[in-house]
Design a protein around this ligand. Structure first.
Ligand code: TLP
Length: 346
């Protein structure tokens, strides 16, 4: 089986398992786990922030980010295809009592005019606009990179309008690997940043929220309330640290594989979005039927945005996709699953 459903399917490498075995641990709710403390310091420094907090998932670090930047009844502005809106089970309403206002933007990018027009005037009738959430890379747009200059501009507008800025950087290091721009450059324009070690970086579990000291202290309280206070978490934090230390630069390989897969599929007649990072969106007539047929041919993928399926390249698929033959196996499986279609889509 070639599993291209997500970079979350990666399993810990030998080296990672070794550091997990040897990790010094303590009770992290008491702040006494040396491996967690080391990871939090490392990631805060990496992202150019004062502090960071380790949590079980990217959903939790996003939700803590929403929570610490808002009050109940306030409004959060975000892209209509953002993970926080589409894939987090309605958690902003459930956990923070906030309302989401979705905005349109090409390839996950929101511009200043759109944000400016969406911010509510001060009036008893309206919710207070409080937070802008941005996502880089942008999942439902097929791993698109939010250009740094555009990011800085819209974040400055949000700040000027009195909003906080949260960055969902689940795949921020893919943007770094693809552009050569350090991740911290984007982080400089956000109040809080969520990054995941369990996506392309290959750790089994774990995400971090970074920000200033005061915000992260508040985030620690929210993590406890959300049930994310873990005890001897060093055993998994060690894997996350290993991932940040060893697996960032290799993301470029996944991007090469995504490009090769896209061109193989395009040559076979499919309508494929050119990938900038590790996600490949392919237009198909009936995604769910296609995915079932594809699984019978030994390849797994997921539904992408409506009308598309998503292939995700990653560490565990590296060996198979690193050869022309592996790419051809995936293309052949697609052709057996369904004829290509070439619609014009927005
Ligand atoms: N995304 C998963 C699914 O939930 C769709 C995937 O396979 O891509 N932000 C972004 C941009 C993400 O893509 C994800 C995971 C998360 C946050 C949430 O991370 P986890 O799964 O750790 O809660």
């Amino acid at each position: 089986m070639i599993d291209l459903r997500s970079d979350t399917v990666t399993r810990p490498t030998e080296g990672m398992r070794r550091v997990m075995l040897e990790a010094p641990v303590g009770d992290d709710v008491f702040g006494e786990d040396p491996a967690v403390n080391r990871l939090e310091e490392y990631v805060a420094d990496l992202l150019g922030k004062e502090a960071a907090l380790y949590a079980p998932s990217g959903t939790m670090t996003n939700q803590i980010g929403v929570h610490v930047n808002t009050n109940r009844g306030e409004e959060v502005l975000l892209h209509e295809g953002s993970h926080i809106f589409v894939y987090e089970a309605g958690a902003p309403a459930m956990l923070s009592g906030v309302q989401l206002r979705t905005l349109a933007g090409e390839a996950g990018v929101l511009d200043s005019e759109t944000v400016r027009a969406a911010v509510r005037p001060e009036d008893v009738h309206f919710p207070r606009s409080r937070l802008l959430c941005l996502e880089n890379t942008h999942n439902t747009s097929g791993g698109k990179i939010f250009p740094l200059e555009d990011f800085a501009t819209v974040a400055a507008t949000a700040t000027e309008l009195g909003l906080k800025v949260h960055l969902d950087g689940a795949r921020l290091f893919n943007a770094q690997a693809a552009t050569g721009i350090p991740a911290r450059e984007w982080c400089a324009h956000a109040d809080t940043v969520s990054v995941c070690s369990s996506k392309g970086l290959g750790a089994p579990v774990g995400s971090l929220l970074a920000g200033d000291e005061e915000t992260i202290m508040e985030a620690r309280r929210a993590r406890k309330a959300f049930g994310g206070g873990m005890r001897q978490a060093g055993i998994i934090a060690a894997a996350s640290l290993y991932a940040f230390e060893n697996h960032v630069d290799r993301l470029a390989e996944d991007h090469d594989h995504a490009r090769n897969l896209a061109s193989g599929l395009r040559e076979a007649g499919y309508d494929v979005r050119e990938p900038e990072t590790n996600l490949v969106l392919v237009a198909v007539d009936d995604p769910s039927e296609f995915l079932q047929a594809l699984a019978r041919e030994g390849v797994l993928a997921t539904p992408g945005r409506p009308g598309y399926v998503r292939f995700c390249t990653h560490l565990d698929a590296c060996d198979v996709l690193g050869t022309g033959e592996g790419i051809q196996r995936v293309v052949a499986a697609c052709l057996r699953a369904s004829e290509p279609i070439s619609p014009i889509r927005g």
